[in-house]
Design a protein around this ligand. Structure first.
Ligand SMILES: NC(=O)c1ccc[n+]([C@@H]2O[C@H](COP(=O)([O-])OP(=O)(O)OC[C@H]3O[C@@H](n4cnc5c(N)ncnc54)[C@H](O)[C@@H]3O)[C@@H](O)[C@H]2O)c1
Length: 337
């Protein structure tokens, strides 16, 4: 049976929801909420998680599904054959006490031994050196790499060239959630432009309660993410308009949910005002799950070249080559669905 073997790097909110999603949709209990049943001819049941890595000593050495159940608070996740191994750490961090680490070459050896075809990088944002080390180690192990973090990996031309030379897909950077703040914002701008409305100003303020949102409160990370989100939104109109999009606040009691507040001001026929003011409430983990499930199936099947560009534009906010949201979607569907 065709299968795609995946290594999960970083078992946090998104990693745990991905594990839960693979288990749930593989069981065949339901397809409700699943975006694409088949991608590259593969169903969710064809995705096998064969390895997992983290540096949190409270997670390392424990069974993957046990940790994922704890994070998602869903006890029905089927017991995995995988225990979480130690990961690489090349950045300074005060977020993890006594991190459990291994060297990049040990990681590459373990990755190769696991038989993984795709390494899925889901570590905390702000760890740019570590993400680059993971990508290089995956390359050494001849494993395709998906970078969901905002670190510039797929958009690093030297790294991308090496993956392409080895006929391996390198996809990224910074996951574009299925129906999250940025995707929805892009969709609204696209719709206004299509309906002949002139977009003048637009903002999106995100408030969330996840560990990653807390992490984003670091000014350097916040500004980096703000620039990626704003850049991704700006390209939906064929002209420049004023826009701001970013995470504004961390509120612990929101947990995995995120509130995105939008305000858009546009001009219609004879200069008439069109103003939109709305709130979107979503769940971060679930919002990442569908896109990742699609991306790993496509990445596992493809062999570099144009496919890396198509996958990156479909699933990420800062791909090496940007397309408008609809074009990125139709290119992906044409190639993989
Ligand atoms: N919808 C979304 O949630 C979304 C959207 C876009 C991008 N992302 C990106 O996905 C990534 C994961 O988000 P999350 O909410 O799961 O974060 P999280 O903080 O819940 O989980 C991160 C996990 O990575 C682990 N980790 C940290 N450093 C590591 C290392 N060096 N090696 C291995 N593991 C390490 C942490 O211990 C933790 O378990 C982030 O970079 C985030 O920016 C998420």
């Amino acid at each position: 049976m065709a299968e795609i073997r995946v290594a999960v790097i970083g078992v946090g909110n998104v990693g745990a929801t991905f594990v839960q999603g693979v288990d749930y949709y593989s069981s065949g209990k339901s397809t409700v909420g699943l975006w694409h049943q088949k991608v590259a001819g593969l169903k969710p049941a064809n995705v096998k998680i064969v390895a997992a890595f983290d540096i949190d000593p409270a997670k390392v050495g424990r069974n993957l599904s046990e940790v994922a159940s704890e994070i998602t608070r869903k006890n029905e996740i089927k017991r995995s054959k995988v225990d979480i191994s130690s990961g690489i750490l090349s950045d300074n961090t005060d977020k993890t006490d006594k991190p459990a680490t291994i060297s990049a070459s040990e990681f590459a050896k373990e990755l190769r031994k696991s038989g993984a075809q795709v390494a899925l990088n889901l570590i905390s944002s702000g760890m740019d050196k570590t993400s680059l080390e993971y990508a290089k180690a995956a390359l050494a192990a001849r494993v395709a790499f998906v970078n969901a973090t905002p670190a510039k990996i797929a958009s690093n031309p030297a790294v991308a060239r090496k993956f392409a030379q080895n006929k391996l897909v390198l996809a990224g950077d910074d996951l574009l959630s299925q129906f999250g703040g940025t995707a929805f914002h892009k969709g609204m701008i696209d719709f206004m432009v299509e309906r002949g409305v002139h977009v003048k100003k637009s903002y999106q303020l995100d408030v969330g309660g996840s560990a990653e949102t807390k992490n984003t409160m670091d000014e350097r990370i916040r500004m980096m993410k703000r620039s990626m989100k704003t850049g991704s939104i700006g390209m939906e109109a064929p002209y420049k308009f004023e826009s701001v999009a970013g995470t504004t606040e961390y509120t612990d009691f929101l947990g995995d949910s995120r509130n995105s507040y939008y305000w858009m001001s546009s001009e219609g026929f004879l200069g008439s005002n069109i103003v939109m003011d709305l709130t979107l409430r979503t769940s971060d983990g679930a919002n990442a799950g569908n896109v990742l499930l699609d991306v790993v199936r496509a990445t596992g099947k493809a062999r570099g070249g144009k496919a890396a560009e198509v996958i990156s534009a479909y699933g990420f906010k800062s791909p090496p080559k940007r397309y408008k949201i609809r074009e990125a979607y139709s290119n992906f569907i044409e190639m993989f669905a």
